[in-house]
Design a protein around this ligand. Structure first.
Ligand SMILES: OC[C@H]1O[C@@](CO)(OC[C@@]2(OC[C@@]3(O[C@H]4O[C@H](CO)[C@@H](O)[C@H](O)[C@H]4O)O[C@H](CO)[C@@H](O)[C@@H]3O)O[C@H](CO)[C@@H](O)[C@@H]2O)[C@@H](O)[C@@H]1O
Length: 604
């Protein structure tokens, strides 16, 4: 089916009239809804999505038709998706919005896709919630965040790209608060509520955060941007959510990072895995996290926020910058993340965009691009120095057919198949016990880049203690394999370091794929701690969690073998010293349900 094109329509119409007539809004609204419905309901036979649909439920793709679509990671039925937006819990329903181009599997005019869930696992797709209608967002509705105001009123702040591509901040409200799915949204008549500050380029000012309420009763938000290429989180305050005043100093900044995208700022309690409402202030037992996206990664630092002085002091005293700060949520493909406080389970939940690593031509061919990470709970490590991330517990409802292993020695050079699991859609936890560390290879780990070390010493490069780990999404003959592994080093003073790698160099024999490997150190002492690894494998995505979520690496993989019954899973050890699998549990994962809301269906 030829996809209708929206851009000329939108742009010409708005340039000609440049007004806010309700007729035009209705026309645009109907047109966008129609485009969405046409695309969504084209899916049963469409090769673009590879999904069949019965009674509004997407069934797994025909075997081999769409090998890279996921079984339990969120994605829309088709087309382009990037950042997660405005996640929240409202009347017991989880809402997830996302940057979405309903018209093509490539970046374009962006609307807010919308889906709801009762468990963060199974999702109901709704019509797009926010889309270009008026001058303050006529070119696109970009990223933003939800805040639940007193009286249980959700407010959505987002970036509008106007007709001159100026980035402004806009506000939208639900049209009908008694609808728990909040299907329709209306824009504030005050839009734009914030315009770029003087000295900030029009296209370097975006992505408002969730607001927090200061002890003085004023709301605060941060907005990402830069001045002269120095990235920063501009800080604003408001008494009413409509009138916003900027503080002179940004809440955080770093030199030469370029524009900060999607800043997130939230409190974390010490010595607890719980989350906190965004308005809780720092105290002896509460610290704050500042996160920003730049240079293609999400960076964070932990520190103390003083609302009275209106400043944030990173605990390590360094500025938030890629060159000086080594804290990242994830060391693979994981960007533009956003968290929200889930009061039903007292936890903070994190989402992130996991971009494609194939070519744009490949995306056009498959009819879609972009995944979301599986929602992760996030809390501060006992050390107080870093965050821990772990898939939300609801994921366990998808597990079936557990396969276990205990006290299995992996001799040097061994490759052991883990049989009995659906290797293309699995949840695998494994713990390694090391016995003798004295012979660990000597490397000056302080001066070495872990990603470069992983690239240099991939899974096939023999070591002493490691590489050991798993080979996921592997073909039977191992010509294609993604190795997620550890390798232990010591420095001249005998201090041990554990390197975690995702070696993508042999993940596919296809040539159009970016096969850059990833790596990071894991902050554990292998003399006392076993080394654990969890992998969420889902066709073209592998989310890897080292040491209980201390180090996370998300990878995209596109093996050439097309029959997913041909995917295999192995444990391996390519070090000269043997290692022991103290325990392993692997589950096949059922498909999550992705359905279409009845109102969308009946509207056709
Ligand atoms: O949807 C807009 C919102 O998304 C954010 C954060 O993701 O801005 C993204 C941005 O560029 C999207 C774009 O790719 C470029 O940026 C990516 C990440 O920032 C890079 O990974 C990529 O290499 C860059 O090319 O995605 C398309 C294809 O990848 C490409 O055409 C886009 O440029 O959107 C803005 C407009 O393009 C640009 O300024 C941003 O970097 C968030 O900040 C927005 O609210």
């Amino acid at each position: 089916m030829a996809h209708p094109h929206i851009h000329p329509f939108l742009l010409t119409t708005l340039k000609l009239t440049d007004t806010k007539t309700s007729i035009m809004n209705k026309l645009l609204s109907s047109f966008l809804t129609l485009c969405f419905l046409v695309l969504v309901f084209d899916t049963p036979t469409s090769n673009a999505t590879g999904r069949n649909m019965v009674d509004g439920i997407f069934l797994p793709s025909q075997k081999n038709e769409q090998p890279y679509r996921t079984g339990y990671h969120f994605q829309p039925p088709s087309n382009w998706m990037n950042d997660p937006n405005g996640p929240m819990l409202y009347q017991g329903v989880y809402h997830f919005f996302y940057q979405y181009n309903p018209l093509a599997p490539t970046f374009g005019t962006i609307v807010w896709g919308h889906a709801v869930s009762h468990d963060l696992v199974n999702w109901i797709h709704l019509d797009p919630a926010i889309y270009p209608t008026d001058e303050p967002d006529i070119s696109s509705c970009w990223s933003g965040s939800a805040t639940i105001l007193p009286g249980n009123l959700p407010a959505m702040l987002y970036t509008g790209s106007d007709s001159t591509s100026r980035q402004v901040q806009d506000l939208a409200w639900p049209k009908n608060r008694s609808d728990p799915f909040l299907r329709e949204w209306v824009k504030s008549t005050h839009n734009p509520i914030i315009t770029p500050p003087e000295g900030v380029k029009d296209d370097c000012f975006r992505d408002p955060s969730t607001a927090w309420l200061g002890p003085d009763g004023l709301w605060r938000i941060v907005v990402g941007g830069d001045r002269d290429n120095n990235g920063m989180a501009f800080l604003y305050q408001s008494p009413d959510f409509v009138t916003w005043t900027r503080y002179e100093n940004p809440l955080a900044a770093a030199d030469s990072t370029g524009t900060w995208e999607c800043p997130d700022f939230f409190p974390v309690p010490l010595n607890s895995t719980n989350g906190l409402d965004t308005s809780v202030v720092s105290s002896g037992s509460v610290l704050h996290v500042m996160k920003a996206g730049f240079e293609g990664h999400d960076w964070y630092t932990i520190g103390t926020y003083s609302p009275d002085r209106e400043n944030f002091l990173p605990q390590n005293g360094l500025s938030l910058s890629g060159s000086t700060l080594d804290l990242r949520y994830d060391y693979g493909n994981f960007y533009a993340s956003k968290s929200f406080f889930d009061e039903s389970k007292n936890r903070r939940v994190l989402w992130a965009w996991v971009p494609e690593k194939d070519s744009e031509e490949d995306d056009i061919e498959k009819g879609w691009a972009g995944l979301q990470s599986f929602p992760r709970a996030l809390w501060i490590d006992r050390s107080g120095k870093q965050l821990i991330q772990w898939p939300v517990e609801e994921i366990e409802t998808l597990r079936e057919n557990e396969v276990k292993l205990k006290n299995k020695r992996l001799k040097s050079g061994s490759v052991v198949e883990i049989e009995g699991v659906t290797a293309s859609q699995a949840d695998v936890t494994i713990s390694f016990k090391l016995e003798d560390l004295k012979e660990a290879e000597v490397v000056d780990t302080c001066s070495v880049d872990p990603q470069a070390l992983c690239t240099d010493k991939g899974a096939s490069s023999k070591g002493v203690i490691g590489p050991f780990g798993v080979l996921a999404m592997a073909s039977k003959d191992l010509k294609e394999q993604t190795a997620i592994f550890f390798r232990v080093f010591q420095n001249q003073k005998g201090r041990y370091s554990v390197l975690m790698c995702s070696d993508l160099s042999r993940s596919t024999i296809r040539s159009t794929i970016d096969k850059t490997s990833f790596g990071a150190f894991v902050d554990i002492d292998p003399r006392y701690d076993e080394i654990s690894l969890r992998n969420l494998i889902d066709h073209s995505i592998i989310e890897s969690f080292g040491a209980g979520g201390k180090t996370c690496i998300t990878s995209r993989v596109y093996p050439q073998f097309l029959n997913y019954e041909d995917a295999h899973l192995f444990a391996f050890n390519n070090g000269t010293q043997s290692v022991k699998i103290s325990q392993m549990s692997a589950w096949s994962m059922k498909n999550a349900e992705f359905t279409i809301d009845q109102t969308v269906k009946s509207a056709t």
